[in-house]
Design a protein around this ligand. Structure first.
Ligand code: GLN
Ligand code: ZN
Length: 757
């Protein structure tokens, strides 16, 4: 059976986030396990029947998950760490996802370079893989469930090599142990599963190997070869589709081609070079290439003619060419038809998951019947793409004027430090917070009410001002040195700005799973970006009018604005970043003119957009740093520019942090015991540092003593005048009682250390 058209995966959260609601209700005790299971079955059925009705050639299954597909795999191969072993079933599953009484959850991290987060398997030499509950293994159960409905599917599994490469060694594992050491044992479990699937009549299985989009060593490539040789050698098994995505797979292609897998999936959107790679190995004469030509990561309608010609050029390089998506469609919203508020010219350029399936089906027909099949669609898409209205000549002219440089160059760091010390007069170990304060129900309700028209603009303004008053009073009472307005007006740090910038659109139902039950609605950056009017000035200046202490302005940086949005694909990211930076530059200027002397530009996503391949990183860091500097370099020497980042692995970007040329950088460090301060120093970082002294991800109130110890440790690497004292990140997800207690202790710790200087 050949594949003609397929998708590598599909959104599982439901049109109205039914999955989130059901899982959260289950946690709260409102629905039973059986009811939760019923919701899951309904969601699966609607996906399968929808794909069938759209005419898709081959339909994936096992793309559903109650929380995360990596976690499902951990359960499938019975690899729960020992601390969860006293639990079973859904209790164990959700304990691994979110922790339970006295048992911390598995670590969560980003799925390659997407904004989806998976639960990291924790493995050790003692891990013994086993096909848990073999007769009811999830991929088998879902395959049979679909077949009951008369739908033949291709179960999707995380490939064994990526499972291990994306896992981590358990804390107790001996030095030198690597999860990949466990490959042979894991492959035997996959072998058993494949045999069982074949026994049930399953004709195809998809093995996802996203880890191949990153640099891989010779040893890892050899492991890949060994694993697939072993699986291919099974006497009874389904045909195998090794699906790769998120970029070019380089040398891994040769290894996969040397095995007998029946099909290889290649991403021609994020990895256009895969075409040359395929030609270089002489193609795949006896195999199928699943051509990932419809973008699974972005929301634009496909350029059907270009996609068709990619597929056509593959015809000479493989026995069969199937049309597919570049990766799972779980990274885009479900259905454009649900959107009613989008401007027609923006909407005409979009395709969400459902529409992308139609594109795949249409391309599949065109590949067999000729270009005529797509002529009309392709022309409509081209007309939409080329419609005027995306270009803003003023923005382009201003950026041209600023040239390739990064705007003005600020005076050197030492001069700025002296100027700012004089103007701001802050003590050593100045205390501050990262921006947001707890978002109470009242604040959220007021935002929802003004949106829905239930309260007027004046009433809303007053509620926000009252909230700012409360937050300012609280901070003064606690004795913080640099205050914030608390961000009550922000639903989300990207969406808030996107809503006020021209060139951005928001969706009503465009939810995408970020992790487990958390879904986000990334805004769509569709045209040249500009700022019609100031975005934050009125809140910040209002806060400043209520206190004599400095209030810090709060902006989201250009890289983060792109990372958490869908961005245009018709120009380099670097150009888009410069446009956002220009808008922020104007905001910085307006804040400054309104008397705000400290401005923080958050870049928590700087690390996130780092390309999976090392060779691509310098170019990325160059434009990312350039955009930040463009946003901030218009500030006077006396204006103190802060930035904030939160992720624990800084390694690759540590040099770039210095290149941002901020005056103060606050970073997540509580969980790494301040090590970062020394690392930054060693990398030549010479400006102010605010290593987070406590972890805001937990409600625990840190003691004065432990924060004092952290600060003294930091002082070994940095002078007191350059050390800042702040939590790890914003306080928005915390409640007030623990926030007040923690900040009180934090200020006390700073004072104690200050007094002993
Ligand atoms: N200023 C933002 C806040 O405090 C920063 C959030 C973040 O780093 N993710 O919420
Ligand atoms: Zn943060």
């Amino acid at each position: 059976m050949t594949i003609e058209t397929t998708v590598l995966g599909y959104p599982r959260i439901g049109p109205d986030r039914e999955l989130k609601r059901a899982v959260e209700a289950y946690w709260a005790g409102g629905v039973t396990a059986a009811e939760l299971e019923r919701t899951g079955a309904d969601l699966r059925r609607s996906v399968w029947t929808g794909l069938r009705d759209a005419g898709l050639g081959q339909i994936p299954s096992n793309t559903f998950s109650l929380y995360d597909q990596m976690l499902d795999t951990t359960v499938l191969v019975d690899a729960a760490p020992p601390r969860f072993r006293h639990l079973d079933g859904l209790d164990a599953y959700f304990a691994m996802a979110r922790g339970a009484e006295g048992v911390p959850a598995l670590e969560m991290t980003k799925w390659v370079d997407t904004n989806y987060h998976y639960l990291v398997p924790e493995l050790s030499p003692d891990t013994r893989f086993r096909l848990a509950d073999a007769a009811r293994a999830k991929p088998l159960a879902e395959y049979l469930e679909a077949r009951e409905l008369g739908i033949e599917t291709r179960p999707v599994l995380i490939g064994p090599v990526s499972y291990l490469l994306l896992a981590k060694a358990a804390p107790a594992a001996p030095e030198g142990f690597r999860p990949l050491d466990l490959l042979d044992g894991l492959v035997e479990v996959y072998a058993e599963l494949l045999e069982r699937l074949a026994g049930a009549g399953c004709a195809w299985v998809q093995l996802d190997e996203p880890a191949l989009a990153a640099d891989r060593t010779e040893e890892e490539l050899a492991a890949l070869r060994r694993a697939y040789d072993r699986l291919c050698a099974l006497s009874s098994r389904p045909d195998l589709l090794a699906a790769t995505y998120f970029g070019e797979i380089g040398a891994a292609l040769r290894e996969l081609a040397a095995t007998s897998v029946e099909a290889i999936g290649l991403d021609f959107v994020a990895g256009p070079g895969n075409l040359a790679g395929l030609a270089a190995i002489g193609g795949l004469p006896r195999r199928t290439v699943v051509a990932g030509v419809v973008d699974g990561r972005n929301v634009w309608r496909a350029d059907l003619s270009a996609a068709l010609s990619t597929c056509a050029s593959l015809l000479g390089l493989a026995q069969d060419v199937a049309v597919g998506t570049s990766c799972s469609l779980m990274h885009v919203p479900l259905d454009l038809d649900a959107e009613t508020g989008l401007e027609p010219d923006v909407r005409a350029r979009l395709a969400f998951a459902r529409q992308k399936v139609d594109e795949v089906v249409l391309l599949g027909r065109a590949l067999r019947e000729g270009h005529d099949v797509i002529a009309e669609e392709a022309a409509a898409a081209r007309a939409a793409r080329e419609a005027p209205g995306r270009t803003d000549h003023r923005v382009r002219a201003r950026l041209d004027m600023l040239g390739d440089g990064q705007g003005d160059v600020r005076p050197d760091r030492a001069a700025r430090y002296a100027a700012q010390s004089r103007v701001l007069g802050l003590p050593p170990l100045a205390t501050t917070t990262i921006g947001s304060f707890p978002q109470t129900g009242d604040v959220r309700r007021a935002r929802a009410d003004v949106r829905a028209g239930r309260i007027g603009a004046d009433a809303y303004e007053q509620i926000m001002r009252d909230e700012i008053d409360r937050v300012i009073d609280l901070q003064e009472g606690l004795g913080l040195d640099v205050l914030v307005h608390g961000e009550p007006e922000r639903n989300d740090m990207v969406q808030y700005f996107a809503e006020q910038l021209d060139g951005y659109a928001a969706t009503e139902h465009g939810w995408v799973q970020s992790y487990g039950t958390r879904c986000v609605r990334p805004p769509i950056l569709h045209g040249d970006v500009s700022r019609p009017e100031p975005m934050t000035v009125r809140w910040t200046t209002y806060a400043q009018s209520r206190t004599r202490r400095p209030v810090k302005g709060m902006l989201t940086g250009p890289v983060t604005m792109l990372a958490w949005s869908f961005v245009r694909d018709d120009q380099p990211l670097a150009d888009t970043a410069r446009q956002v930076a220009l808008a922020l530059r104007e905001e910085v200027r307006d804040l400054e003119a309104a008397g705000i002397g400290i401005i923080q530009v958050d870049e928590p996503a700087l690390r996130e957009l780092l390309p999976p391949r090392r060779a691509d990183r310098p170019a990325y860091l160059r434009w990312a740093v350039g955009a930040f500097r463009l946003a901030t370099s218009g500030a006077a020497a006396t204006t103190q520019i802060h930035t904030h980042m939160c992720y624990s692995e800084f390694g690759e970007v540590i040099g770039a942090i210095g290149d941002l040329d901020a005056d103060v950088t606050s970073v997540e460090a509580a969980r790494s015991h301040m090590e970062l301060v020394g690392d930054l120093r060693a990398a030549g970082y010479a400006a102010g540092i605010g290593p987070g002294v406590y972890d805001i991800h937990s409600p625990r109130v840190p003691s004065v003593e432990e924060m004092e110890v952290s600060l003294r440790r930091a002082l070994q690497a940095v002078a007191p005048g350059r050390l800042w004292v702040n939590p790890d990140c914003g306080l928005k997800t915390r409640a007030y009682p623990e926030t007040e207690a923690s900040l009180r202790n934090m200020v006390a710790a700073a004072r104690r250390v200050r007094e002993s200087l």
